[in-house]
Unconditional design. Structure first.
Length: 239
Protein backbone atom coordinates (compact mmCIF):
# COMPACT_ATOMS: atom_id res chain seq x y z
CA UNK A 1 0.00 0.00 0.00
CA UNK A 2 1.28 3.48 -0.90
CA UNK A 3 2.62 5.66 1.90
CA UNK A 4 1.84 8.80 -0.11
CA UNK A 5 -0.92 11.03 1.34
CA UNK A 6 -2.69 10.92 -2.04
CA UNK A 7 -2.43 7.07 -2.14
CA UNK A 8 -0.73 7.36 -5.53
CA UNK A 9 1.95 4.90 -6.59
CA UNK A 10 5.52 6.30 -6.29
CA UNK A 11 5.75 6.79 -10.06
CA UNK A 12 2.19 8.13 -10.57
CA UNK A 13 1.47 11.68 -11.67
CA UNK A 14 -1.53 13.63 -10.50
CA UNK A 15 -4.30 14.01 -13.12
CA UNK A 16 -3.02 16.57 -15.66
CA UNK A 17 -5.06 18.63 -18.11
CA UNK A 18 -4.11 21.31 -20.66
CA UNK A 19 -6.96 23.52 -21.92
CA UNK A 20 -6.11 25.90 -24.77
CA UNK A 21 -7.56 29.23 -25.86
CA UNK A 22 -9.00 30.15 -22.47
CA UNK A 23 -8.11 33.87 -22.61
CA UNK A 24 -9.95 35.79 -25.31
CA UNK A 25 -7.38 38.47 -26.04
CA UNK A 26 -4.08 36.61 -25.66
CA UNK A 27 -2.26 35.36 -28.77
CA UNK A 28 -1.87 32.05 -26.96
CA UNK A 29 -3.25 30.73 -23.67
CA UNK A 30 -3.53 27.55 -21.62
CA UNK A 31 -5.15 26.61 -18.32
CA UNK A 32 -2.95 23.86 -16.92
CA UNK A 33 -3.96 21.64 -14.02
CA UNK A 34 -1.69 19.30 -12.09
CA UNK A 35 -4.24 17.86 -9.69
CA UNK A 36 -5.37 20.75 -7.48
CA UNK A 37 -2.64 23.08 -8.76
CA UNK A 38 -4.16 25.32 -11.45
CA UNK A 39 -2.16 27.88 -13.45
CA UNK A 40 -3.38 30.24 -16.19
CA UNK A 41 -0.68 30.85 -18.83
CA UNK A 42 -1.12 33.65 -21.38
CA UNK A 43 1.36 34.47 -24.16
CA UNK A 44 1.41 38.08 -25.38
CA UNK A 45 3.23 39.38 -28.45
CA UNK A 46 4.91 42.78 -28.58
CA UNK A 47 6.06 44.05 -31.95
CA UNK A 48 9.37 45.27 -30.55
CA UNK A 49 12.37 43.69 -28.87
CA UNK A 50 13.72 44.73 -25.46
CA UNK A 51 15.89 47.83 -25.68
CA UNK A 52 19.11 45.90 -25.09
CA UNK A 53 18.33 43.67 -28.11
CA UNK A 54 17.42 46.40 -30.61
CA UNK A 55 19.21 46.21 -33.94
CA UNK A 56 20.36 42.60 -33.46
CA UNK A 57 17.65 41.07 -35.65
CA UNK A 58 16.40 38.60 -33.07
CA UNK A 59 13.63 38.46 -30.53
CA UNK A 60 13.11 37.43 -26.94
CA UNK A 61 10.88 35.15 -24.88
CA UNK A 62 10.36 35.94 -21.23
CA UNK A 63 7.91 35.12 -18.46
CA UNK A 64 6.23 36.62 -15.44
CA UNK A 65 4.82 34.60 -12.53
CA UNK A 66 2.37 35.52 -9.81
CA UNK A 67 0.15 33.84 -7.28
CA UNK A 68 -3.36 35.08 -6.59
CA UNK A 69 -3.99 36.02 -2.95
CA UNK A 70 -6.32 33.06 -2.29
CA UNK A 71 -4.42 30.51 -4.32
CA UNK A 72 -3.29 29.22 -0.92
CA UNK A 73 -5.04 28.14 2.29
CA UNK A 74 -4.63 31.60 3.78
CA UNK A 75 -4.59 34.86 1.90
CA UNK A 76 -1.16 36.02 0.79
CA UNK A 77 -0.53 39.70 0.19
CA UNK A 78 -0.28 40.84 -3.43
CA UNK A 79 3.35 41.53 -4.22
CA UNK A 80 2.42 44.71 -6.07
CA UNK A 81 1.48 46.25 -2.71
CA UNK A 82 5.01 45.68 -1.41
CA UNK A 83 6.53 47.39 -4.42
CA UNK A 84 8.56 44.50 -5.83
CA UNK A 85 8.33 40.76 -6.50
CA UNK A 86 9.72 38.40 -3.88
CA UNK A 87 12.94 36.50 -4.40
CA UNK A 88 10.93 33.32 -4.94
CA UNK A 89 8.79 34.97 -7.63
CA UNK A 90 11.83 36.33 -9.45
CA UNK A 91 13.53 32.93 -9.34
CA UNK A 92 10.47 31.13 -10.74
CA UNK A 93 9.77 33.57 -13.56
CA UNK A 94 13.41 33.47 -14.63
CA UNK A 95 13.24 29.67 -14.61
CA UNK A 96 10.13 29.70 -16.82
CA UNK A 97 11.78 32.12 -19.24
CA UNK A 98 14.97 30.06 -19.47
CA UNK A 99 12.96 26.90 -20.03
CA UNK A 100 11.00 28.39 -22.93
CA UNK A 101 14.03 30.02 -24.58
CA UNK A 102 15.78 26.63 -24.56
CA UNK A 103 13.37 25.43 -27.26
CA UNK A 104 12.91 28.60 -29.33
CA UNK A 105 15.01 29.88 -32.23
CA UNK A 106 14.99 33.55 -31.27
CA UNK A 107 16.30 34.66 -34.68
CA UNK A 108 13.05 33.49 -36.27
CA UNK A 109 10.99 35.93 -34.21
CA UNK A 110 12.52 39.03 -35.71
CA UNK A 111 12.74 41.98 -33.35
CA UNK A 112 9.73 41.01 -31.26
CA UNK A 113 9.13 39.86 -27.69
CA UNK A 114 6.75 37.23 -26.35
CA UNK A 115 5.88 37.43 -22.66
CA UNK A 116 4.18 34.46 -21.03
CA UNK A 117 2.28 35.40 -17.88
CA UNK A 118 1.78 32.50 -15.48
CA UNK A 119 -0.80 33.23 -12.79
CA UNK A 120 -1.42 30.62 -10.12
CA UNK A 121 -5.17 30.35 -9.47
CA UNK A 122 -4.85 27.52 -6.97
CA UNK A 123 -1.71 26.05 -5.40
CA UNK A 124 -1.15 22.50 -4.18
CA UNK A 125 2.55 22.05 -4.87
CA UNK A 126 4.44 22.10 -8.15
CA UNK A 127 3.29 25.52 -9.36
CA UNK A 128 6.53 26.19 -11.26
CA UNK A 129 6.50 22.83 -13.02
CA UNK A 130 2.85 23.20 -14.01
CA UNK A 131 3.57 26.75 -15.20
CA UNK A 132 6.41 25.64 -17.47
CA UNK A 133 4.35 22.81 -18.95
CA UNK A 134 1.36 25.05 -19.63
CA UNK A 135 3.50 27.98 -20.79
CA UNK A 136 4.85 25.84 -23.64
CA UNK A 137 1.30 25.34 -24.94
CA UNK A 138 0.55 29.07 -24.72
CA UNK A 139 3.83 29.84 -26.48
CA UNK A 140 3.10 27.26 -29.18
CA UNK A 141 -0.22 28.89 -29.95
CA UNK A 142 1.27 32.38 -29.98
CA UNK A 143 3.87 31.24 -32.50
CA UNK A 144 1.14 29.56 -34.57
CA UNK A 145 -0.77 32.87 -34.51
CA UNK A 146 2.34 34.63 -35.80
CA UNK A 147 2.98 32.00 -38.46
CA UNK A 148 -0.57 32.34 -39.77
CA UNK A 149 0.18 36.04 -40.34
CA UNK A 150 3.58 35.46 -41.98
CA UNK A 151 5.37 37.13 -39.07
CA UNK A 152 8.03 34.45 -38.55
CA UNK A 153 11.23 34.13 -40.57
CA UNK A 154 11.03 30.34 -40.28
CA UNK A 155 10.20 27.55 -37.80
CA UNK A 156 10.72 29.04 -34.35
CA UNK A 157 9.79 26.21 -32.00
CA UNK A 158 12.52 23.58 -31.86
CA UNK A 159 11.13 21.13 -29.30
CA UNK A 160 8.73 20.57 -26.44
CA UNK A 161 9.67 21.47 -22.88
CA UNK A 162 7.96 20.25 -19.72
CA UNK A 163 8.76 20.10 -16.03
CA UNK A 164 7.94 17.91 -13.07
CA UNK A 165 8.88 17.66 -9.41
CA UNK A 166 10.36 14.58 -7.76
CA UNK A 167 11.48 13.94 -4.24
CA UNK A 168 12.24 11.58 -1.41
CA UNK A 169 9.21 11.23 0.83
CA UNK A 170 8.93 8.67 3.61
CA UNK A 171 12.21 7.16 2.46
CA UNK A 172 10.89 6.49 -1.06
CA UNK A 173 11.54 8.36 -4.31
CA UNK A 174 8.25 9.74 -5.66
CA UNK A 175 7.03 11.65 -8.72
CA UNK A 176 5.03 14.91 -8.88
CA UNK A 177 4.83 16.07 -5.27
CA UNK A 178 1.67 17.75 -4.01
CA UNK A 179 1.80 20.20 -1.11
CA UNK A 180 1.40 17.54 1.60
CA UNK A 181 4.54 15.82 0.29
CA UNK A 182 6.45 18.91 -0.76
CA UNK A 183 6.13 20.50 2.66
CA UNK A 184 7.67 17.51 4.45
CA UNK A 185 9.87 15.79 1.85
CA UNK A 186 13.38 14.74 2.80
CA UNK A 187 14.55 15.79 -0.68
CA UNK A 188 12.78 18.08 -3.15
CA UNK A 189 13.79 18.44 -6.80
CA UNK A 190 12.46 20.01 -9.99
CA UNK A 191 13.47 18.81 -13.44
CA UNK A 192 12.96 20.69 -16.71
CA UNK A 193 13.40 18.42 -19.74
CA UNK A 194 12.85 18.78 -23.47
CA UNK A 195 10.79 16.44 -25.60
CA UNK A 196 13.98 14.89 -26.98
CA UNK A 197 15.24 14.20 -23.45
CA UNK A 198 17.63 17.12 -23.06
CA UNK A 199 18.09 18.57 -19.58
CA UNK A 200 17.33 22.29 -19.31
CA UNK A 201 17.56 22.65 -15.54
CA UNK A 202 17.74 20.57 -12.37
CA UNK A 203 16.94 22.06 -8.97
CA UNK A 204 17.53 19.66 -6.09
CA UNK A 205 17.67 20.29 -2.36
CA UNK A 206 18.12 18.05 0.66
CA UNK A 207 15.77 19.25 3.39
CA UNK A 208 17.45 17.00 5.96
CA UNK A 209 20.10 14.37 5.34
CA UNK A 210 21.98 14.69 2.04
CA UNK A 211 20.71 12.50 -0.78
CA UNK A 212 22.89 9.99 -2.58
CA UNK A 213 23.99 9.81 -6.20
CA UNK A 214 21.81 6.71 -6.56
CA UNK A 215 18.78 8.64 -5.32
CA UNK A 216 19.56 11.49 -7.73
CA UNK A 217 19.67 9.08 -10.67
CA UNK A 218 16.39 7.52 -9.53
CA UNK A 219 14.80 10.98 -9.31
CA UNK A 220 16.04 11.71 -12.84
CA UNK A 221 14.55 8.42 -14.06
CA UNK A 222 11.19 9.34 -12.55
CA UNK A 223 11.40 12.86 -14.00
CA UNK A 224 12.08 11.51 -17.48
CA UNK A 225 9.04 9.26 -17.16
CA UNK A 226 6.85 12.11 -15.94
CA UNK A 227 8.03 14.63 -18.54
CA UNK A 228 7.51 12.06 -21.28
CA UNK A 229 3.88 11.78 -20.20
CA UNK A 230 3.54 15.57 -20.11
CA UNK A 231 5.00 15.96 -23.60
CA UNK A 232 2.48 13.44 -24.92
CA UNK A 233 -0.31 15.49 -23.35
CA UNK A 234 1.14 18.65 -24.94
CA UNK A 235 1.14 16.94 -28.33
CA UNK A 236 -2.48 15.90 -27.88
CA UNK A 237 -3.45 19.40 -26.73
CA UNK A 238 -2.00 21.19 -29.77
CA UNK A 239 -2.86 18.53 -32.36
Amino acid sequence: MSTRPSKRAPDAMRPVSLERAVARYAEGSCLVKFGETHVLCCASLEDKAPGWLRGQGRGWVTAEYAMLPRATHERTRREVTSGKPSGRTQEIQRLIGRSLRAVVDLKMLGERQITVDCDVLQADGGTRTAAITGAWVALHDCLAWMQARDMLKGPALKDHVAAVSCGVFGGATVLDLDYAEDSSAETDANFVLTGSGGIVEVQGTAEGAPFSEEELLELLRLAKQGCSQLVELQKMAVA
